[in-house]
Design a protein around this ligand. Structure first.
Ligand code: 13P
Length: 283
């Protein structure tokens, strides 16, 4: 199946109330393992790259890898640029063929974020790409206060941002954070309902690693059609590599190490995809 626009993947999930796993990959091995997990489960998938990954591997190499791998994938798949505050990187990825971008203007004033997001939306439309927007920076787990919940901006500010920028997907802060939670996070699920009811657009759930099955299913039912997972992949990749090397301290055979890492990442991706109700949904 050719690449399917992120809009189509997310809209279908939003309509049918399941979640599409949007998993950050870090190299060829993890990209292949995530696509294979979706293929095995017959699920649509969003493969995400961070700005760091774009810079370390290079947009040309990444998109060539993506095209070669997605050509042999038969489920709907899209390539997304995660949290990007740098307009040049947004433009580069859109030109190269990424299907969607998250313009991260959360460090800007809301007014400036709005102004720039409007420009990004216009640019992305010329490439047929989707734009995700945010106004509240997601913290890392270790920066969150114990009783910290929803983001700092009021609902009306978020709604005004969505309406005036015309972003396709919105990423609200609901008490979620990037990294591994030390306890179950307290999430403001109602904020998702309020945004979905007022705007009719899907919500992206950030900080997915470590949320409970009940949190996922409730938030997906409320309209979180895109569910971001990054830390779980990093843990699977690094821990399996560490375990393998520890068990085979003198082997020095990289392909065998890669087999172990691929298996761990594939398993992690399958676990999340099926938890979000996306298996068997490929069209
Ligand atoms: P985690 O690293 O907590 O899974 O969050 C992923 C994410 O939201 C990427 O934007």
């Amino acid at each position: 199946m050719p690449v399917v626009p992120t809009q189509q993947i997310v809209e279908e999930a939003f309509r049918e109330r399941y979640g599409v796993a949007a998993i950050n990959v870090v190299n060829d091995l993890t990209m292949e393992a995530v696509l294979s997990a979706a293929e095995e489960l017959r699920a649509p998938i969003i493969v995400q790259t961070s700005v760091k990954t774009v810079k370390s591997i290079g947009a040309d190499v990444l998109i060539a890898m993506w095209r070669a791998m997605v050509d042999r994938t038969s489920v709907p798949a899209a390539l997304h640029l995660d949290h990007c505050p740098e307009r040049e990187v947004i433009s580069l990825c859109l030109e190269k063929g990424w299907n969607s971008v998250l313009f991260d203007g959360s460090k800007l004033s809301v007014e400036e974020n709005k102004r720039q997001t409007i420009e990004v939306v216009a640019e992305a439309r010329r490439h047929g790409a989707l734009v995700e927007g945010e106004i509240e920076a997601f913290k890392r787990v270790e920066e969150m206060a114990d009783d910290e919940q929803a983001g700092e901006q009021g609902l009306e500010t978020a709604l005004d941002f969505i309406r005036s920028t015309q972003v396709d997907v919105y990423a609200p802060a609901i008490g979620n954070a990037h990294g591994m939670y030390t306890t179950t996070p307290k999430l403001d699920n109602q904020r998702v309902t309020d945004i979905v009811e007022a705007t009719g657009i899907p919500v992206a759930l950030h900080g997915g690693t470590g949320m409970t099955a009940d949190q996922f299913s409730d938030l997906i039912a409320r309209g979180c059609a895109k569910v971001n997972i990054s830390t779980a992949l990093k843990i699977a990749f690094i821990q399996s590599g560490y375990d393998y090397v520890t068990a085979h301290p003198t082997e020095y055979d990289p392909p065998k190490l890669f087999v172990a890492q691929r298996a761990a990442v594939l398993e992690m991706a399958k676990e999340h995809i099926s938890r979000f109700g996306a298996q068997g949904r490929a069209w």
